[in-house]
Design a protein around this ligand. Structure first.
Ligand SMILES: [Zn+2]
Length: 406
């Protein structure tokens, strides 16, 4: 085990060393974030494995129980205690990724306390959702020892719908201020565009992203009455009206294609498969390691770090499939934006600008794109934006031919 860990760190440092050789700051930034993201992930698994297989979990569980007494039971205080412990142990890597690197590259606008306050709020959100999810799942495990994977996955899928609907009104406002799009001219153009495309446009809001970062972004979020297109103030400040319009058209594509529901649908497949795998693995694993781990049943709150470790590993294995699905729906949203606007040059320059401002790697190695990228590489997206013109007449193509061959 230890030798494997050392080998893994050897590989990541080797990739890290080559990242510094690249001249382009975007490539350097993207690779550093990728490498430190991986280190953080592996570190998290090692911590969980140490807690479980070092036999510490039952002691932590007893401590949690003693701290709060009988009334709260064991699971809830244990979830809080474990979350705080894990956050403290992963804070150094998170700080390096979210603060040090981002400052080094001039992307972060936060001082230490602003960063720490966001970090604490993030921990709070994680604790609350952890309390709801795991109280529900452990209750189901107790009620139905044989079918818990089926009912548990169903409950988690329902929860994910609730979270997707409530996130834009309950969670994102904890970190930023949202308001209606201020630019009335742009608003009118967006409405005209949505009418032309026959898309009932969701609310268009702007957010003070510049509070945290210089990076620019836009996204579509929410379900039913909470669905909205959100534009970062950093996007509005750096992009021309025509460029913003093409970005909005991409987000309209997500809305028109029902991409949030499609993502929840794909997530549901993963949850059912994942819970079934957990069900098959956990029982035998706990029975076999009982003496080492110090608990003998899944219902025991002390099993939580083991459950978290396996969930983390399963998510990691599923990541390439999930990202391949995501890259597909992103490509379809790009196509939608071009079909709706016919503004190929504006969209290509918007994408180029996003890459430059956000310091991303426009052309990562294929295997990195396959595993880690939720969007097609910027190089591919820009090439598509420049060449996709199914509406063009043959005479237009002739006119464009010298331009394209340059
Ligand atoms: Zn998108």
């Amino acid at each position: 085990m230890l030798r494997k860990v050392i080998a893994l760190f050897g590989v990541t440092t080797a990739i890290g060393a080559t990242a510094f050789l690249d001249e382009d700051p975007g490539v350097r930034h993207a690779r550093l974030q990728l490498i430190w993201g991986l280190i953080g992930e592996v570190w998290g698994w090692l911590v969980l494995a140490a807690i479980v297989f070092g036999g510490f979990s039952p002691r932590l569980r007893d401590l949690a129980y003693r701290l709060t007494g009988r009334r709260l039971g064991t699971l809830s205080p244990y979830i809080v205690l474990l979350s705080v412990l894990l956050a403290m142990l992963s804070a150094p890597v998170d700080f390096y990724r979210g603060y040090v690197i981002e400052h080094e590259f001039g992307l972060s606008n936060q001082d230490f306390w602003a960063w720490a306050s966001d970090y604490a709020k993030g921990l709070g959100v994680a604790v609350v959702s952890g309390l709801i999810t795991f109280n529900l799942v452990y209750w189901i495990v107790r009620k139905s020892p044989r079918r818990w994977w089926l009912y548990g996955a169903t409950a988690v899928v329902i929860l994910s719908v609730v979270i997707a609907a409530l996130a834009p009104v309950l969670i994102t406002p904890l970190f930023n201020k949202f308001e209606p799009l201020q630019d009335q001219d742009l608003r009118a153009r967006i409405l005209a565009l949505s009418e032309r495309g026959g898309v009932q446009v969701a609310d268009v809001l702007q957010v003070d992203m510049s509070r945290q970062t210089n990076a620019a972004n836009a996204y579509f979020i929410g379900i039913g009455p909470t669905k909205r297109i959100v534009l970062g103030d950093t996007l509005l400040a750096n992009f021309s009206g025509d460029e913003v319009l093409t970005v909005v058209a991409h987000e309209m594509g997500h809305q028109a294609h029902g991409d949030i529901w499609r993502s929840i649908g794909v997530g549901a497949i993963f949850f059912f498969a994942g819970f079934y795998v957990l069900y098959r693995i956990l029982g035998p694993l706990i029975r076999r390691s009982e003496r080492r781990i110090g608990f003998s049943r899944l219902e025991d709150a002390a099993s939580l770090p083991l459950v978290l470790l396996l969930i983390g590993l399963l998510f990691f294995v599923a990541q390439p499939v999930e990202n391949t699905f995501s890259r597909n729906i992103e490509h379809e949203a790009d196509r939608f934006a071009l079909d709706l606007t016919h503004q190929n040059e504006d969209y290509a320059s918007a994408l180029e600008k996003l890459g430059r401002i956000n310091l991303s790697d426009p052309d990562p190695p294929a295997w990195i794109e396959l595993i880690f990228y939720s969007h097609p590489s910027l190089k591919k997206r820009i090439e598509f934006a420049e060449s996709y013109r199914p509406w063009a007449q043959p005479s237009d193509l002739q006119r464009l031919a010298p331009e394209l061959s340059r």
